[in-house]
Design a protein around this ligand. Structure first.
Ligand code: PHE
Length: 342
């Protein structure tokens, strides 16, 4: 009896110290203590060795011990709920793995900014195919076959069909909008364009543009200037000065290129503006009457202006990126730096 008491005490201590962090360990406990070959069953077998006059006392002791072991089992079971054993252990109360967030591409950020400024003036966005036919990319834009100005843009031709090109500008989308015959038109054409140029830090065989087109009755060059002044103020700030230089595009007449005072040095001259104090940002002009009639619009009734600008260059200046190729290399270390809208 003495010995039985001692043994029970030792077992109780062991039970007390038992711990389980998942259901497998709880089950191990059950098998060890409460199973058919478990310790509780075994010690119950000791009853037969107890003297008859002590049997009642021993029975109570053993029963109490059994309840003690069972109570611990319930406790362990309750504590391990949620820790499911399915071949691997998983604690669903732990915080989840962080999900890495992507960021917008710097070209997209710059495009969105340009687009949002013109949207405030009522311009809508139009898109078109990157593989174009000769008519939309050249012919309708007053560039008939063999026109020397076709050489202004080195074109990629598609082998399977000599009539197809990779569009060299999004002016092709302007033609598609005009052909729809719904006037007035106030549209922006953002998109990717292709030119056969050697890939380097300063030029690439593809880049992005935003072009704009406004056609209505009585649209004048003054409207063009006011629209672009507004854009420059919103984009580069109030203090930036603007200048127009006469230029040539086959699809506009008159044509101009627009410069702004260098937003890096403020006009005093630096490497970005090649010490001139000015940076060229876009080409523009009044839509050529031939282009209007090519699209079925009466040039005696309607006039309009168009403009076009690259996106990469202002993005490079804005973010201090010194190599154009970085934009298309998809290096996450580069891309993840541009998290904020500009
Ligand atoms: N399409 C011209 C280019 O890609 C830009 C432009 C658009 C110029 C509209 C004038 C008017 O270079």
């Amino acid at each position: 009896m003495e010995q039985l008491l001692k043994q029970i005490d030792a077992y109780k201590q062991e039970i007390n110290a038992s711990a389980a962090t998942d259901e497998k360990q709880v089950e191990d406990y059950r098998i060890k203590w409460l199973g058919t070959k478990g310790i509780v069953k075994a010690i119950m077998g000791e009853m037969k060795n107890v003297a008859p006059e002590k049997k009642k006392e021993a029975g109570q002791l053993l029963n109490e011990f059994k309840q003690y072991a069972e109570a611990k089992y319930e406790e362990l079971k309750a504590a391990s709920t949620g820790a499911v054993q399915t071949g691997f252990s998983m604690d669903i109360s732990l915080p989840g793995d962080p999900m890495p967030l992507g960021s917008r591409h710097p070209v997209t950020l710059m495009r969105n900014r340009i687009v949002s400024i013109f949207q405030r003036l009522g311009f809508a966005v139009a898109e078109g195919p990157e593989i174009e036919d000769d008519w939309h990319n050249f012919g309708a834009l007053n560039l008939p076959a063999h026109h020397p100005a076709r050489d202004m843009q080195d074109t990629f031709y598609i082998q399977q069909n000599p009539d197809w090109v990779l569009r060299t500008h999004t002016s092709s989308v302007q033609i598609r909008e005009m052909e729809k015959g719904k006037l007035p038109i106030r549209m922006l054409m953002p998109g990717r364009v292709y030119r056969n140029e050697t890939v380097s830090a300063r030029s690439h065989c593809f880049f992005h543009q935003v072009e704009g087109l406004y056609i209505d009755e009585n649209v004048s060059f003054a409207d063009l200037k006011q629209t672009l002044y507004f854009f420059v103020k919103e984009m580069y700030g109030k203090d930036v000065k603007v200048r127009f230089r006469p230029s040539y595009f086959p699809f506009t007449e008159p044509s101009a290129e627009m410069d702004v005072t260098c937003f890096i040095c403020g006009g005093s001259g630096c490497n970005i503006c090649k010490k001139t104090g000015w940076v060229e940002i876009l080409g523009c002009g009044m839509v050529h009457p031939n282009v209007l009639s090519n699209c079925g619009i009466d040039p005696n009734k309607y006039t309009g202006f168009a403009f076009g600008m690259g996106i990469e260059r202002p993005a490079m200046l804005k973010y201090g990126v010194n190599d154009l190729r970085l934009f298309s290399e998809n290096d996450v270390r580069f891309l993840k730096q541009f998290t904020s809208a500009i």
